[in-house]
Design a protein around this ligand. Structure first.
Ligand code: PSU
Ligand code: MN
Length: 316
């Protein structure tokens, strides 16, 4: 997507940058985007707020500027203050804070609402803001049983449309990893393993699936991104970065809990965009926070790699 000057002017009233991010982009310094659904709907309070802040710190430590993205009072905010992060992370039982994917963005702006952006919506906002690299924990994908429910996250098609490099730790096995990889192939999304040949499954470095391509140095990805652009290919790149070994949770251990969480979701008739937050919340409760510690560790790991990629793209 190329943003014309007219569009840019029209966007300036809805896109609000923090001073730090604005300055970095103006001076063409590297910036890493971060999503906010992970804060509002992906992790429990108060660890969510703590993590949002420490992930930003990990990026700054690498000399890169973090830009957490959310919609607040009908404006797309790129770069948030600590009090914004606290606002997004407050317990939200009345669901006043929306979960915003591609289809919800325009509605949220039109109604002056506030909400957290998913991977899909964060990619859209990052691209229009001029940010090329984005770090998250796990992306959405094809849910188990999708042959009946057709529950496939809009994150996948966004990767095919919007040119942003997304760093994640694979997908949680609450999803069908094999089908997720098939859909990514169909959509033409390149998937790269960082120092691995295996597609990681979020809590575990392994799964029964391989990645097509492996890279060992950030500069290799900078070069692929460059060709993606030169060829005029729409869409981004998906980078999978396995969780550090010391934080891994064995696959078999999580599988039992995942089965129980899926069963509970089914019994309760959870549907639509509530499915992923329900499964994530149930898993944290079931594993007494063990999965939460792993989640936090892998996000930091992804943030550091994303910072490295932003630096490499910057130097290319
Ligand atoms: N997977 C996680 N943690 C998360 C999410 C997914 O392990 O926080 C969030 C991300 O914001 C992702 C969204 O974009 O859930 C996907 O939701 P859905 O399946 O409704 O598209
Ligand atoms: Mn869904």
């Amino acid at each position: 997507m190329t943003i014309s000057p007219v569009q840019k002017r029209e966007l300036s009233s809805v896109l609000v940058f923090s001073k730090e991010v604005k300055q970095a982009l103006d001076e063409r310094r590297p910036v890493v985007a971060l999503e906010s659904t992970i804060i509002s709907h992906g992790m429990p309070y108060p660890k969510n707020i703590e993590t949002a802040k420490s992930v930003e710190a990990a990026i700054r430590e690498k000399g890169v500027v973090p830009a957490t993205i959310a919609v607040i009072d009908g404006k797309i905010r790129v770069g948030l203050s600590d009090s914004d992060l606290e606002f997004l992370g407050q317990p939200n039982p009345a669901k006043t804070l929306m979960k915003l994917s591609r289809r919800d963005l325009a509605y949220a702006l039109a109604t002056r609402a506030s909400g957290a952006t998913t991977v899909a919506a964060t990619m859209i906002c990052a691209e229009i803001a001029g940010i090329q690299v984005f770090a998250t924990g796990g992306i959405g994908g094809v849910h188990r049983g999708a042959e009946k429910t057709l529950d496939i996250s809009a994150d996948l098609q966004e990767l095919a449309k919007t040119r942003v490099v997304v760093v994640c730790a694979g997908v949680k096995s609450i999803l069908d990893i094999g089908l997720t990889l098939e859909v990514l192939e169909t959509l033409g999304v390149p998937v790269f393993g960082y120092q691995t040949n295996i597609f990681p499954s979020f809590f575990s470095r392994e799964s029964s699936f391989k990645v097509e391509y492996r890279f060992d140095h950030p500069a290799e990805i900078a070069s692929v991104m460059n060709y993606q652009e030169r060829l005029g290919l729409q869409g981004g790149l998906l980078i999978v970065n396995p969780i550090p070994q010391e934080h891994e949770i064995p696959h078999e251990l999580m599988e039992k809990e995942i089965q129980k969480a899926l069963e509970l979701a089914h019994q309760k008739g959870i549907q639509g965009k509530a499915v992923t937050p329900f499964l994530l919340g149930t898993l944290v409760a079931m594993t007494q926070g063990k999965s939460l510690e792993a989640n936090i560790a892998l996000i930091h790991n992804n943030a550091r790699l994303a910072a490295g990629l932003a630096l490499a793209i910057h130097q290319a």
